[in-house]
Write a protein that binds this ligand. Structure first.
Ligand code: CA
Length: 715
């Protein structure tokens, strides 16, 4: 096989066989292009709808890109062709990778450009997430590059760009063209330059080995809210994904005209498996450039590389190799509103399942004693109470949290598993991920850190009908740790077990990549309501933020829906909840996770209004469709999710003043009822949960007034 043919065969665009043929034909047509370096030439790729653009430029040996959307201007004359106006949201930003064989950020020469013919369609089923059947389309573009240094070992770098409507994704791949068969990636030049007037909703990356028993970083830091994107991060290590930015309309001058709207932009990554480390964003330079930052040296107790070890893609020795040598995808979602941000599926569009599910995994609503009854409830008798609660609610599961090994023991657990079976409730069991990476003492530990011990453990769990495990206290973002996650998920699938991660990294495409993956914490979650009154005071703001940021790129195991007024086992102790009851019900829809460990307690059954219990009995955890209607991060949100034929529309107000909104749900939600809609609301005083039936006016409108930290649910 000639060198060029080998390159062609090893660039993967995830095409169907027929398109692959077309793709190769196109490549042949472009063979001539490989002779002429694309010097200082910009290539523009448009999305299938023609409204999202990506410009890629190779100039003086450096590769860069910029992106934006095209605003359609009103035609000057009737019948005349409408002009479009470029609205740049991502300014010229560098691309490239630093490796131990060469610096692929400079001295780049073009070997080949690749234009896949036509639009590439992605149609897939997502068992869990915001949408069950996804049909998305992209236009692709690729470059094959080398450098004088890399040529010596015959290493080639490809950059693969995918331009979807309102989304851009790109990744690198390293190919073998000579002796060198593997490389170490030490960093990336990949950058994201924003207008300096951009504001941000972002979380700092924490110092390593700090916090509870030296378990950080675990994506549990506070946000900056709409503050300048060039703000210095709290710890000086930059910001964790996903990162949301608002670009004020005044910053988007194009052709001398300011745009009418603010623009919104979400940066994240997907497709991180054992092949790479998890990345985050650096602090921005004063002129607005963020770059990809790798894990910190001190993570995982200082053990393991901060970089990534990659085998090179090679069809000659690896058969039809389309898996090796890839980096994860960098994803950028943007547009003139928040709709593309909340509805994006880019995280899953560009990844593929890495193995087959061993069983038909299902979503689960679980009771969970620990969240309000804490460590002291991890005993046999209290767990029976929560298994009974799950059975009363008709929920699928009960989560038995940390400490069971010491306080219940294996024999006691087997009795509880048998009791679960009798009650028709599936048990979920907590584990410590340790290992040797931190000091978290909770048991059971030393059961999940390597394949030998966890397969023994999982065999026991499977035998007793355990549906899933919740594994806690993971050690950061190094490739070493990504291998731990992947091994754990893959082994668990062999035993038909789902996995929830806590004290962990952001999942990046895992809902699709690992079929038995359930959910991750990676957020300041409901446990902080118990720990801090200040967090209770902020609860509504966070709830109105997560659908735009953390929860839009990945499942979020928050452990929400607290119906007790005080956060404690005793009725008159603990922090005071500030949100209304209906607000708490709405979070069950707002927070997306196919496994929900809700914070209901046995007392709720007798103390709460029946309408609340009835709602929680029927609330689903998996969704066929998600639609954003209106809102602003941290202030309020109106959104809807559909499960089968049932839409659930929620409106949540985190502001300190009452808010009146007018909705036309049947006009914007396909199949939303036009009459006799069930409305749950907090009453005019914001404190008296009520259920009523409403019918929109002749124009399909419903007007609602939401008191501060109150909500409405319509279905
Ligand atoms: Ca936690």
């Amino acid at each position: 096989m000639s060198g060029v043919a080998r390159i062609r065969a090893s660039i993967d665009y995830q095409l169907q066989p027929i398109s692959t043929m077309k793709h190769l034909l196109t490549l042949a047509a472009f063979a001539a292009a490989s002779l002429t370096p694309l010097c200082a030439q910009t290539t523009r790729i448009l999305s299938p709808d023609g409204l999202t653009y990506l410009d890629v430029k190779l100039s003086d040996g450096r590769l860069s890109y910029s992106a934006g959307y095209r605003s359609i201007l009103k035609a000057k004359k009737k019948g005349a062709k409408a002009d479009t106006l470029d609205v740049p949201v991502l300014l010229e930003s560098p691309l490239g990778v630093y490796t131990n064989v060469a610096d692929f950020s400079k001295d780049l020469t073009l070997v080949e450009t690749v234009h896949p013919e036509g639009t590439i369609k992605h149609s897939y089923h997502l068992r869990q997430g915001k949408q069950s059947e996804v049909n998305s389309e992209e236009n692709g573009f690729g470059l094959v590059l080398t450098t004088p240094e890399a040529k010596k070992g015959g290493v080639l770098m490809t950059v693969q760009f995918s331009v979807f409507n309102n989304n851009i994704a790109y990744r690198y791949r390293f190919l073998q063209g000579g002796e060198t068969g593997s490389i170490v990636v030490t960093g990336e030049a990949s950058g994201f330059r924003l207008p300096t007037t951009a504001t941000a909703f972002i979380c700092p990356q924490s110092d390593p080995m700090i916090g509870w028993k030296r378990t950080k970083p675990s994506y549990e830091e506070g946000y900056i809210w709409d503050e300048p994107a060039t703000t210095r991060s709290q710890y000086g290590h930059g910001w964790t994904f996903p990162c949301l930015f608002r670009i004020p309309s005044s910053a988007l001058v194009s052709g001398g005209l300011p745009t009418a709207n603010d623009s919104w932009l979400l940066i994240s990554e997907t497709g991180v498996s054992s092949n790479y480390c998890g990345s985050h964003l650096s602090d921005a330079t004063p002129d607005g450039l963020f770059t990809i930052a790798f894990p910190m040296e001190g993570e995982n107790n200082g053990f393991g590389s901060t970089g990534a070890q990659l085998g090179l893609g090679n069809c000659k020795t690896n058969g039809n190799d389309n898996v090796t040598g890839f980096t994860p995808w960098r994803t950028i979602t943007f547009g003139p509103s928040l709709k593309p941000i909340v509805e994006t599926t880019i995280t899953w569009d560009v990844v593929e399942p890495l193995y087959e599910p061993s069983i038909d995994y299902k979503g689960s609503r679980n009771t969970w004693s620990w969240i309000l009854w804490q460590d002291a409830s991890i005993n046999y008798d209290d767990q029976v109470k929560f298994i009974d609660l799950a059975a009363s609610l008709g929920w699928e599961g009960c989560l038995i949290d940390g400490g069971w090994y010491e306080h219940i023991g294996r024999k006691g657990m087997e009795k509880l598993f048998a009791y679960c079976k009798q009650k028709g409730v599936r048990p979920w069991v907590w584990y410590n991920s340790n290992g040797g990476w931190n000091d978290a003492p909770q048991c059971a530990r030393q059961c999940m850190h390597n394949s030998i011990v966890r397969k023994q453990e999982m065999k026991w769990l499977q035998k007793h009908g355990v549906a899933g495990i919740k594994v806690d206290f993971f050690p950061g973002d190094k490739q070493e740790t990504m291998r731990l996650y992947e091994g754990l998920l893959s082994d668990a699938n062999d035993y038909g077990i789902q996995v929830i991660c806590h004290g962990c990294t952001l999942p990046r495409g895992w809902e699709r990549m690992y079929p038995n993956y359930c959910s991750s914490e990676a957020v300041l979650a409901s446990e902080n309501l118990y720990f801090s009154q200040g967090f209770c005071d902020m609860e509504a703001r966070h709830a109105c933020l997560h659908p735009f940021v953390r929860n839009t790129t990945a499942s979020m195991e928050y452990g929400g829906t607290v119906l007790q007024k005080r956060l404690h086992r005793e009725p008159d102790k603990g922090n005071t909840r500030r949100t209304s009851d209906i607000f708490e019900l709405a979070t069950a829809i707002a927070f997306q996770s196919s496994g929900q460990n809700f914070a209901l307690t046995p007392r709720n059954l007798t103390e709460q209004p029946q309408l609340e219990i009835d709602f929680m009995k029927q609330v689903p955890t998996t969704w066929d469709e998600t639609r954003f209607i209106e809102g602003y991060p941290g202030r309020y949100i109106v959104m809807a999710r559909r499960h089968a034929n049932q839409w659930y529309l929620i409106a949540m107000n985190a502001e300190s003043a009452a808010k009146t909104i007018t909705l036309s749900p049947s006009l914007v939600l396909n199949g939303f009822p036009v009459e006799n809609i069930t409305l749950l609301h907090d009453g005019p005083d914001g404190q008296t949960p009520q259920q009523s039936t409403v019918t929109p006016d002749k124009k399909g409108r419903i007007t609602l007034t939401l008191q501060p930290q109150c909500a409405a649910v319509l279905f």
